[in-house]
Design a binder for this molecule. Structure first.
Ligand code: ADP
Ligand code: MG
Length: 655
């Protein structure tokens, strides 16, 4: 039979990644079997939202006065449980694509993470959580799943069926109603292993109440009731009952943000977060805010516990749900958040917005802009508060989203002053703790005029850089910038509280008290005179690789290092610009090779040079000193094999 994704009936293979994911889901999510119901109801709710949106422009998709709802039907004899909605439904192609052949973006990343190590079950659940397995969670409780769907506006229905093995079957169905029915053929109940009898209405009623109470469509079911039989006077006849079927709605449908906060359980907030974010894990924090006055709106916002895989992808799902007077009008309204807060999830409900806003109009809409500013301010205030009241939580937040927040420093000048106090950096002052700029300013030397930083790949690389030697010797603190975005941040910020930000790897360093400096300057001047011809000779050898060769005031233990001129872009930024998609050709900037006149290599080299004049080995020493400087700062050597050969020869000569 056909195995490619054409819309014919027959047997189809699951996409390999989907298959793998299914295995993991079925085998790792033991502890929370009942979540399948939340996922299926969530999908039905999404499908009803979509129908409502499409019906705004195509009213013929819905009957007049039709009630949008989700139904649960249980058959205790057949051991099936069906979740039925009259939402948007699916075409045959959509069924094939959505339920089996198209792996979601991020699947591969999850699987790679899982393969990397022998992760515990918790972290598997967490990884899957970030990704969300949604529909596939059905196979935790079912050994066969049947989906029947008819898309709004289409005549025919499609049936999808699978036992969660390698394939699924596609066929026709006579379903008459628009929407989707998911029927689970339940595995035998096994309460000892947490597998409850989900066909039992008490069981699923509880699950719905726990996870899906806020769903804005009625979740209805028929419940069999035993009522006492009544006599002709309307009195119960002892020992006699009649059975009756009653139709009930299981959820309150109350928008969670309209309920008084002290009446909503944490668990309910968490479930609401999961529904809107499609993230299974728990949020780190939430905040609610209300603006009253000329225009009214309220927001319920969440900070996720983990950064999603697609935080840096362009096509990620960002934005807040936008409601107007309790009715959702947009699922992901990007215009409500600045990009540097794109990880925030939640809802905003406004009383004054037009209902028929198009996506294009949103960006310019005055109310929306006002709301974005207000939301931004609320989140910033909340983070500021969190920093002072719950350091641990703030650090968790910072580890996940700090580098996105940093984008705001360059991207949102209006809020720069509020963002900067939230920034945390690695620093030479403390190897175990991050610091903010206020902490740095407090610890600054009395006559220190600048905030020093050094960029690099990671803390270890930066820490061992020769550029820091003079700073360490004089006890001057240096911030370690180890995030790619940091370079852009320091360029955009330039100064803080009147102190310039200055790279420890550029320009001549001038640290310490005035008198000490005068002393050191004098010494350096004398050395410069002494080393003049050697420096010139080295400059001659390296002229096409460095701008200048000079003596250094920043080195104490290393023989050499490379520095930029003040205002040059750093090698890190150069690398970043090169990696940027569609970047222009970035010319490589020549830098200055600084040499340590007090280092043995230099004193001996000078001695030999003074006695014998130009020496054939000087070429090699020049290359080695440059290579040393490149390696020390974590840069790549232009010709590593040559460096190695020179080093080996030198060792040979030395022995
Ligand atoms: P997600 O909900 O995160 O997209 P799921 O695995 O839960 O992932 O569902 C996959 C897709 O299947 C959905 O995006 C949707 O397109 C489709 N789908 C699932 N259930 C329904 C439904 N009841 N009605 C219409 N489409 C559905
Ligand atoms: Mg889903």
């Amino acid at each position: 039979m056909s195995s490619q994704a054409t819309a014919t009936a027959g047997s189809y293979e699951f996409k390999a990644e989907t298959r793998q994911l299914l295995d993991i889901v079925i085998n790792s999510l033991y502890s929370s079997k009942e979540i399948f119901l939340r996922e299926l109801i969530s999908n039905s709710s999404d499908a009803l939202d979509r129908l409502r949106f499409e019906a705004l422009t195509s009213p013929e998709l819905m009957e007049k006065g039709e009630i949008l709802e989700i139904r649960i039907e249980a058959d205790t004899d057949a051991r099936t449980l069906s979740i039925i909605d009259n939402g948007i439904g699916m075409s045959r192609q959509e069924v094939i694509d959505n339920l089996g052949t198209i792996a979601k973006s991020g699947t591969r990343e999850v699987l790679e993470q899982l393969e990397k190590g022998d992760k515990g079950r918790d972290s598997i659940a967490q990884l899957i959580g970030q990704f969300g397995v949604g529909f596939y969670s059905s196979f935790i409780v079912a050994d066969k799943v049947t989906v029947v769907a008819r898309r709004a506006g289409e005549e025919t229905a499609t049936r999808w069926e699978s036992d969660g093995g390698g394939s699924f079957e596609i066929g026709d169905d006579s379903r008459f109603l628009r929407g989707t029915t998911v029927t689970l053929h339940l595995k035998p109940a096994d309460p000892d292993n947490g597998l409850d009898d989900f066909a039992d209405h008490y069981v699923f009623q509880n699950v719905v109440k726990r996870y899906s109470d806020f769903i804005p469509y009625p979740i209805r079911t028929k419940i069999p009731l035993q009522e006492p039989e009544l006599d002709s006077e309307g009195k119960p006849i002892p020992g006699k009952t009649t059975s009756k079927i009653e139709e009930v709605t299981l959820n309150s449908m109350k928008p969670i943000w309209t309920r008084p906060a002290d009446e909503v359980k944490d668990e309910e907030y968490t479930e609401f977060y999961r529904h809107i974010s499609h993230d299974w894990s728990e949020p780190l924090d939430r905040l609610s805010a209300r603006a009253e006055g000329r225009i009214e709106y309220q927001a319920l916002l969440f900070l996720p516990g983990k950064a999603p895989f697609d935080l840096y992808y362009r096509d990620q799902n960002i934005g807040l749900q936008l409601y107007v007077k309790r009715v959702m009008i947009m699922d992901r309204c990007e215009a409500l958040l600045p990009t540097w807060l794109r990880f925030v999830k939640g809802v905003v409900d406004s009383a004054d917005l037009q209902l028929n806003l198009s996506r294009e109009m949103l960006q310019q809409d005055r109310h929306i802009n006002q709301m974005r500013k207000w939301i931004t301010r609320k989140v910033l205030d909340h983070l500021k508060e969190m920093r002072t009241t719950d350091e641990e939580k703030y650090l968790k937040f910072w580890n996940e989203f700090g580098s996105v927040i940093k984008e705001g420093v360059s991207g949102d000048p209006d809020n720069q002053k509020r963002i900067v106090p939230l920034l945390l950096f690695n620093s030479s002052a403390d190897s175990t703790k991050l610091t903010d700029l206020a902490g740095y300013l407090e610890r600054m030397k009395e006559d220190q005029e600048e905030i020093f930083y050094l960029s690099g790949e990671n803390r270890t690389a930066v820490e061992s850089s020769p550029h820091l030697e003079a700073f360490a010797a004089r006890g001057v603190e240096v911030l370690y910038l180890v995030d790619a975005i940091d370079e852009i941040l320091v360029q955009a910020l330039a100064e803080w509280e009147g102190k310039k930000l200055r790279s420890a790897a550029s320009g001549e360093v001038d640290l310490g008290a005035k008198e000490d400096n005068d002393e050191a300057d004098k010494e350096l001047e004398e050395k410069k005179e002494e080393y003049k011809s050697l420096l010139e000779a080295l400059q001659g050898k390296l002229g096409d690789q460095v701008k200048e060769v000079r003596l250094s005031s920043r080195l104490t233990t290393s023989p050499s290092c490379l520095v930029g001129e003040e205002g040059d872009i750093s090698p890190q930024l150069e690398r970043l610009l090169r990696q940027t998609e569609g970047a222009m050709e970035v010319p490589s900037q020549k830098r200055v090779l600084e040499l340590n006149a007090k280092h043995e290599v230099m004193t001996k080299l000078q001695q030999r040079f003074a006695e014998d004049g130009e020496d054939p080995a000087l070429d090699d020493y020049a290359e080695l000193l440059l290579g040393y400087a490149l390696l020390a700062e974590g840069s790549d050597l232009p010709d590593p094999s040559k460096f190695n050969r020179l080093l080996a020869e030198l060792m040979g000569r030395g022995l």
